[in-house]
Design a protein around this ligand. Sequence first.
Ligand code: HPA
Length: 274
Amino acid sequence: MLTYNDYAESASALCRKLGGFCPEVLIILGSGLGNLGDRLKDPVAVPYSEVPHMKYSTAPGHKGRFLAGVLGGKNVLMMQGRLHFYEGWAAEDAVFPIRLAKLMGVEKLIVTNAAGGINTEYKPGELMLISDFIKLNAVNPLIGPNMEEFGPRFPDMSKVFDREYMGLFRSVAEAHGERVHEGVYFYCTGPQYETPAEIRAMRILGADAVGMSTVPECIAARHCGMRILGITLVTNMAAGILDKPLSGEEVIEAGNAASERLSGYVAEFLGAME
Ligand code: HPA
């Protein structure tokens, strides 16, 4: 089990490797969206394996490194590749980078992901701002002794996603003619895709998209008081909506196809955010 000192040790090690760079925003890049890093001016890269106590990424399309640099006039720390529970990491390991970033001074999180569209109005390639999530009984990163240094035992989750950030991102993307949905993200641990019956059940429960990431990170980030923008790229329609099987390749391809577009919006958003 990680101690507060472990997080502090990692934060100072990463700061040292970044030459004292102080990030303001953490950006987590989802499947196929990793090339937002190409927009950083003179980035410094640090592989996760060089950060004490940090696990590594094994998911396809996830490079497994931090990139630090300036984008839209903001000091940003990017994660090219995230850690998922389905990779076998413990709950606290998967959200480790959130707490690490918090100790480096980060108060803002932009989290992106690829997800399956449950809402039949959605089309692959479209964006959804996450307005809320449903996790129900899946794994929770806050189980275990609470670390009061990060936040309270029973953190409030009534407004996980920052309304101001959502409005700002919407205006940036819509100015480029983008159709921007707003919806509820349903978290499943994966790694198998859902069954059609599960997708029908999720729709009845009020979900618009389904994916295998983001929610644990957002829980840890709200626990320590960060402001969050969550952006979902609908890479496919969820199981049973179309008469075809789902595949990881399709998700990566759709991510790559949207990556440039989404990167541009995020860069503009950063330039405009307070
Ligand atoms: N289900 C779960 N996770 C996903 C999907 C999906 O359909 N597409 C991309 N990530």
